[in-house]
Design a protein around this ligand. Structure first.
Ligand code: FMN
Length: 668
């Protein structure tokens, strides 16, 4: 049902985009090169790029009323004349001629630009890799480079819904990991590993714009009055403005000053009269403007002076006319003795659906007289309430992370370690039905066939499409000398044309470089989209492989859980943009109860009315770890996915990070 609704919204988005074109009549064509579409409705628009009959790219961009979307092709490099069919359908479609030109050069790029009515234009490239040569394009008999088979390289065909699952407290299924499985190898590493970014060369030059735009962005929105201030005398700059600017400087937030259409008198007594009247009549003074891009911000520092033991009525105008739900509001005020005066509670009432933090109050005189004291007081508050900076690139709303190759990957998936073929088939099917979009298996688990069957069942029933899901498998160490064959064998067992991510299951200095190079070749051949590593536990070992190969690993899958948080490895991975994926996210068989009964975790679970498993999984995602809990239990699979309706606070995240013992449970 959810899926259907999503599909509907998606289709509707396209329809709106199209109708925008038709209704606005603002489309212009510049010699078949650039298409401009004025958008009449706001929201997320998904733009598809087609080649032949096949959708090769999908980009989602957030647009606002009056924005214009432009499509253009690259003029640089070798492709000078890629021509597109008209935009009067749902797609930008490359013409035959365009394909031929692109094929000749090897790639074609389409630029999608969203020109904002206000603010900076955003643009992103969609690169289309075309195999074969131009000649074959003209030979309809020649099947080789079918237009339809153009291989998108860096496609962010991101699953609309990502994945998440978590293994919960299921006794019957180990989350993900390890090693007991391998059949022919005694020392098998448990879980697998990691994925790698693929053909970096194809990476979009400009960071994709379809990332959720409000992820972590902050705005300081304030009201302040210069002139004669109570207790302060005549000031050039209002006290609240001074604090607002300090916050912006400290946090990197944008600044916006709220102003009323009718300015207030500079003279204090006159101002008191006017504002008292406004308060008495519960007036809503008209605002000159509000930020046009408010939707882009996740955090709003809201500043105001205290007037008549309350916020200025202009703040009521703002709060009642703007939807701040889903955002974090951080109130601060300057005053002459009243403190916050109940304004935080008022803001909470006026902002349903928003998280309103503890407020900050400082006397206007302090602000005007001592920068040092103001900064130090402000610093204490900011330290307490400031939203954690998300440097992980994890988007918990979309439930995906952008890998270092421009491909979006779901951040919560179903693990299948220790599952039989039939168990894996069911788990994968249930998971996909419940919303998961990431599936993790390995050749050594012996269940790729079952995983493939589960995927097929879900696709055949219309629950998902192949493009919406993300399948990871791992190459086992005994296959490292024959990587190409191992990749083909996994593709066969899974019943797939391509694998989203393949990772080397374990470090093996004697021949892992060779195996990785086989995966690099498979990326070039379109068999693998991303590649990475698993079970590399030292920076030196990781760098050894990276230095000997050309595609930077997209991901490293290591044992990671609250008692082994992989902090040092994560720090090391930052320079590569490689993301950490956790196997044994809940500690693994025999250890889950240890983690579930950990007092800190149990207390946090109680506070959120969630299970310990859900708390741990949520922690993984907020800490920037992809998690792949395994389970063969239908209800646990479902439960593990239900971690997107709450958030761990900064303090809870800190408590979780204090649990780190840097101790692995697995003992191989
Ligand atoms: C019209 C008016 C009413 C005020 N009422 C109060 C009040 O009730 N309680 C208080 O502590 N300060 C009050 N003040 C003082 C201001 O809150 C204080 O000077 C504040 O720092 C001014 O901020 P600004 O310079 O950013 O405008 C009032 C000031 C004005 C101008």
């Amino acid at each position: 049902m959810k899926k259907l609704r999503k599909l509907f919204v998606f289709t509707l988005s396209l329809a709106l985009l199209l109708s925008g074109i038709a209704l606005d009549g603002a489309k212009t064509q510049a010699a078949g090169k650039t298409y401009k579409v004025k958008v009449s409705l706001s929201g997320k628009k998904t733009v598809r790029v087609k080649s032949g009959k096949k959708n090769v790219k999908k980009k989602t961009v957030t647009v606002k009323k009056g924005d214009k979307i432009y499509f253009s092709h690259t003029k640089n490099k070798k492709v000078k004349s890629v021509i597109y069919k008209s935009m009067n359908k749902k797609y930008v479609t490359i013409t035959k001629k365009g394909r031929a030109a692109a094929r000749k050069a090897g790639t074609a790029k389409i630029k999608i630009t969203v020109k904002r009515k206000k603010g900076k234009a955003l643009s992103t490239w969609v690169r289309i890799k075309v195999k074969g040569n131009a000649k074959s394009e003209n030979n309809s008999q020649n099947p080789s480079p079918q237009p339809d088979s153009d291989t998108p390289s860096d496609t962010p065909d991101a699953p609309e819904t990502p994945p998440t699952d978590t293994p919960s407290n299921t006794p019957d299924a180990p989350e993900t990991p390890p090693a007991e499985t391998p059949s022919d190898t005694p020392d098998v590493p448990e879980t697998p590993p990691t994925d790698t970014p693929s053909d970096t060369q194809d990476a979009p030059e400009t960071p994709p714009t379809d990332k959720p735009s409000n992820n972590g962005k902050s705005l300081v929105l304030y009201f302040s009055r210069a002139g004669e201030n109570y207790n302060v005398g005549v000031v050039e700059k209002g006290s609240t403005q001074i604090v607002a600017e300090m916050i912006a400087e400290e946090t990197g937030a944008d600044l916006f000053k709220l102003e009323t259409v009718n300015a207030y008198p500079e003279n204090y007594m006159e101002c008191v009269t006017v504002t008292q009247e406004e308060k008495n009549t519960n007036a809503r003074p008209e605002l000159k403007a509000v930020p046009a891009n408010l939707a882009e911000y996740k955090n709003i520092y809201l500043g105001y002076p205290i007037w008549h033991a309350d916020m200025p009525m202009a703040l009521y105008t703002f709060l009642e006319n703007n939807d701040l739900s889903g955002k974090t509001v951080l109130p601060f005020c300057t005053h002459a003795g009243s403190g916050l005066a109940g304004t935080v509670e008022t803001i909470r009432t006026k902002c349903p659906g928003a998280t309103v933090t503890e407020g900050f109050a400082i006397a206007g005189t302090t602000v005007q007289e001592s920068t040092e004291s103001t900064k130090s007081n402000l610093g204490v508050w900011l330290e307490k309430v400031r939203p954690q900076e998300d440097t992980s690139g994890f988007d918990l709303e979309k439930r995906t992370v952008m890998l270092n190759n421009g491909i979006e990957m779901p951040i919560l998936g179903i693990g299948t370690y220790t599952l039989s073929d039939s168990q894996a088939e069911n788990s994968v099917y249930w998971a996909l039905r419940d919303g998961y979009r990431l599936i993790d298996t390995a050749r050594i688990y012996g269940n790729e066939t079952g995983v493939g069957r589960g995927i097929k069942r879900a696709i055949d029933e219309g629950l998902v499409t192949r493009e919406e899901i993300f399948v990871t498998t791992k190459m086992w160490t005994s296959d490292y000398d024959n990587g190409a064959a191992a990749i083909d064998a996994s593709l066969n067992r899974l019943g797939l044309d391509y694998i989203d991510l393949m990772i080397l299951h374990h470090s093996q200095p004697s021949n892992d470089v060779q195996a990785y190079q086989a995966m690099e070749q498979a990326v070039r051949d379109g068999k693998l989209k991303s590649i990475g590593l698993s079970n590399y536990y030292t920076a030196e070992d990781f760098d050894r492989l990276v230095n000997a190969t050309s595609i930077v690993p997209a991901l490293l899958q290591n044992e990671t859980h609250p008692y082994h948080q992989s902090t040092m490895m994560k720090e090391h991975l930052k320079q590569y943009g490689t993301v950490m994926e956790s196997w044994f996210p809940l500690g693994g068989r025999g250890n889950t109860q240890t983690l579930f009964n950990d007092e800190t975790i149990a207390d946090i679970a109680k506070a959120h009315n969630k299970t310990s498993a859900q708390i741990i999984l949520r922690w993984h995602l907020q800490a920037g770890n992809i998690a792949i809990p395994g389970s063969s239990n239908e209800s646990h699979i479902q439960e593990n996915y239900e971690i997107f309706d709450f958030e761990l606070t900064k303090d809870e995240m800190k408590q979780m990070s204090n649990l780190d013992k840097n101790e692995r449970f697995a003992d191989y």
